[in-house]
Design a protein around this ligand. Structure first.
Ligand SMILES: Cc1cc2nc3c(=O)[nH]c(=O)nc-3n(C[C@H](O)[C@H](O)[C@H](O)COP(=O)(O)OP(=O)(O)OC[C@H]3O[C@@H](n4cnc5c(N)ncnc54)[C@H](O)[C@@H]3O)c2cc1C
Length: 412
């Protein structure tokens, strides 16, 4: 593995200057209001109009140096160290839209950076950072989610093109595949070993032979993820990351970053649906508009106690996030980021549940209903919040990893 850019560096004068630059740029370059309702999260991007708006925003941020700041210049990055975290903080502070190429930025780019051949890095990384090439992740299959090593999609030699392969298999829950040009993919190259029989490839999706993308409808009524079928799909040897049979190790780099514990800070930030924050601030704003026994819900002691308890959890998470960025306060490199994923997604679920209780019967009004409180976004957030505790590893798996790898407890 090559040395990762150092995201933990102590504040330097250049970093402070970069922060001032980001703040000013974001102030002067706020995007115009979206012509469509934005999704709550990048992986819920459903329509071409949503994608066009968000993709254009990512490109502008990239051109301004706010995306890919810590990647080397030869791969389209800014060539700095410890700058991306600052850009992310400022994008969040400015409440600008999020960066839509989330799987590309968060998972594909760091994996390619650490494991691809030089030529492939130069070819693929700039398009990921700018958002011009949308990426998806082909790990899960109908029988392989938490047990990722049981992947069955397989490569066989392509008789027509010596050295290259044909891919056959069935991936599922593939977020953003309906817009993706490329996929990161875990495949079986040997049936003799479970883990050592896996290899890791990048494969074109859009317009590539033998690839079928079928949208899946979620309980929200929206289509954000897909199943992807490969039938004799050509795969080039040059698209492999790492060595044949070492795909499991490469996948660990992806998962580490996906769970927020990777050494390369993911360029991402901002917020989703305009006007609504799925946090305590958003909950208080909602409670102010709702009534209990003829009075504002914010005056109800039970509502106040519930919001206070959530505020304490939210504050704790924010402080943990700060600790994770300080080298001297980190006792184990994976502990805080893994905790933040677990606690953050469970907090989101509890926030949304509290919002629905505060709304009362009005919580049954959904997005399209003009009378719905907060534009009907909280019921959507409630349904989406369950996906958040499953995607990137379920809460149970996250607890297993924390127990076994961080606390050193025996395997169950
Ligand atoms: C919103 C969303 C987006 C997603 N996007 C993608 C994507 O883009 N690409 C992709 O490849 N996948 C994606 N996924 C799939 C996701 O990674 C899997 O759903 C997840 O890894 C769980 O796998 P599974 O669904 O097969 O559940 P299973 O592994 O079958 O688990 C079922 C239940 O059993 C529990 N369980 C399983 N094993 C253990 C164990 N050892 N100990 C304790 N409990 C256990 C689980 O925690 C869970 O509660 C997405 C999922 C969601 C919800």
């Amino acid at each position: 593995m090559t040395t990762a850019p150092d995201a933990q560096a102590e504040p330097r004068r250049e970093q402070e200057e970069f922060r001032t630059y980001c703040r000013a740029w974001l102030h002067d370059n706020r995007p115009p209001p979206a012509p469509v309702r934005l999704p709550q999260h990048p992986i819920e991007t459903m329509t071409r109009a949503q994608l066009d708006y968000l993709q254009a925003w990512q490109k502008r941020c990239y051109d301004a140096g706010l995306v890919g700041a810590d990647y080397p210049k030869e791969y389209g990055g800014g060539g700095n160290k410890g700058f991306q975290r600052i850009a992310n903080e400022e994008m969040n502070r400015a409440r600008t839209p999020f960066l839509v190429n989330m799987i590309g930025l968060g998972m594909a780019a760091p994996t390619i950076y650490h494991h691809a051949q030089e030529e492939l890095k130069r070819e693929l990384l700039p398009g990921i950072l700018s958002g011009e090439q949308i990426w998806c992740q082909g790990f899960s299959e109908p029988g392989s989610g938490s047990d990722l090593a049981s992947v069955q999609a397989s490569l066989t030699p392509d008789a027509a093109s010596p050295g290259d392969f044909l891919l056959n298999g069935h991936k599922v829950w593939t977020s953003l595949a309906h817009f993706a040009q490329w996929m990161i993919l875990l495949v079986r190259t040997s049936r003799e070993h479970k883990h050592k029989g896996l290899s890791y490839y990048v494969v074109p999706v859009e317009g590539h032979r033998g690839v079928t993308v079928r949208p899946l409808i979620k309980m929200t009524g929206e289509a954000g993820f897909n199943e992807v079928l490969f039938e004799d799909t050509p795969v080039k040897e040059a698209w492999r990351l790492g060595k044949t049979g070492e795909g499991w190790n490469v996948a660990m780099t992806t998962l580490l970053h996906e769970r927020g514990a990777g050494p390369l800070v993911t360029p991402a930030g901002g917020v989703g649906s305009e006007g609504l924050a799925h946090n305590v601030r958003g909950l208080i704003a909602l409670a102010k508009t709702q009534r209990r026994n003829g009075r504002p819900a914010t005056e109800d002691p039970q509502v106040r106690a519930r919001i206070a308890a959530l505020a304490i959890r939210e504050r704790g998470l924010a402080e943990n996030g700060k600790r994770a960025r300080s080298g001297t306060l980190v006792d184990h490199p994976m502990r805080l980021p893994l905790q933040v994923k677990l606690a953050g997604t469970e907090l989101l679920q509890d926030l949304a549940a509290a919002a629905l209780e505060i709304e009362g019967p009005a919580a049954s009004l959904y997005l399209s209903d003009e009378r719905a409180p907060a534009e009907g976004q909280w019921p959507l957030a409630y349904m989406n919040s369950f996906g958040a505790t499953i995607a990137a590893g379920t809460s149970e798996i996250q607890r297993n990893i924390l127990g076994e790898r961080v606390l050193g407890l025996p395997k169950s």
